[in-house]
Design a protein around this ligand. Structure first.
Ligand code: ZN
Length: 248
């Protein structure tokens, strides 16, 4: 497939032009014009680039690409090596950030709902923070065990002054801990996200809601894999996901 056509079909699928993001979405670095082999991953780190080379990739598609608004514009050290690897091998680097969190079927948040049996009711006014209802209400401990079963990782669970059963829940993949207070206004029993900050513990305790932190990486592996499966099925492309271990 032509590299710009690939960008276009994904942009259309993920409705990329609808969102203001803090990073450019789409084909960030142009490589060879015909894409045959695609590697997907969460972050375009050096380990993923090296694995993509071993797999003779023409394209890499990630959730966390380059050129973030708050990032230094100097190309030094680590960034120089990454760009050198990509440019010298004519690899196309594609990245979709918020569109891949938000998409109602393929997105990270939709995938969290699917794994944890949550019926999605909508968002809390922020398009990448969802809320919904557990199909079978459960206690905090039962829900933590369910997370462990589905994500292969026991979450950090704050549960002080909390209701016994979780029914209404809000969630946000990645770094969503700062939205806990806005989500609370939706009458939730629990909030789930990737990361936790020091103050999140106190906020959750004082609001009296369960808080679950699964790790940023763990909550953002499924969106990119769903996108890869969709590309495989719809366009018969050769796509492999590579998981670069990250405990955070
Ligand atoms: Zn992220």
């Amino acid at each position: 497939m032509n590299n710009f056509f690939l960008e276009d079909v994904i942009n259309k699928k993920l409705l990329s032009y609808q969102y203001n993001d803090i990073v450019p979405n789409g084909l960030q670095i142009e490589g060879i014009s015909i894409v045959k082999k695609i590697i997907t991953g969460v972050t375009a780190c050096q380990d993923l680039l090296d694995q993509a080379l071993l797999n003779h990739a023409d394209a890499i598609i990630v959730h966390h690409g380059y050129f973030w608004n708050n990032e230094s514009k100097y190309i030094h050290n680590m960034q120089r090596k990454r760009l050198q690897t990509i440019l010298s091998h004519q690899i196309n680097l594609y990245s979709w950030h918020l569109p891949l969190d938000i998409h109602p079927k393929l997105g990270n948040n939709a995938q969290i709902a699917k794994k944890l049996n949550i019926f999605i009711k909508g968002n809390i006014g922020i398009p990448y923070v969802f809320w919904g209802i557990l199909k079978n209400k459960m206690t905090g401990i039962e829900f933590a065990k369910k997370i462990e079963e589905k994500f292969k990782k026991y979450p950090i669970h704050i549960s002080k002054n909390t209701p016994e059963y979780i029914n209404r829940i809000a969630w946000c993949s990645g770094r969503g801990q700062s939205f806990i207070k806005q989500a609370y206004k939706f009458g939730i029993d629990a909030f789930l996200t990737g990361e936790i900050s020091e103050e999140t513990t106190h906020i959750a305790k004082e609001l009296g809601i369960h808080f679950f932190s699964l790790g940023h990486h763990a909550t953002e592996k499924d969106g990119i894999q769903s996108l890869g499966k969709w590309l495989c099925k719809k366009y018969n492309l050769d796509v492999d996901f590579i998981d670069i271990y990250n405990p955070a």
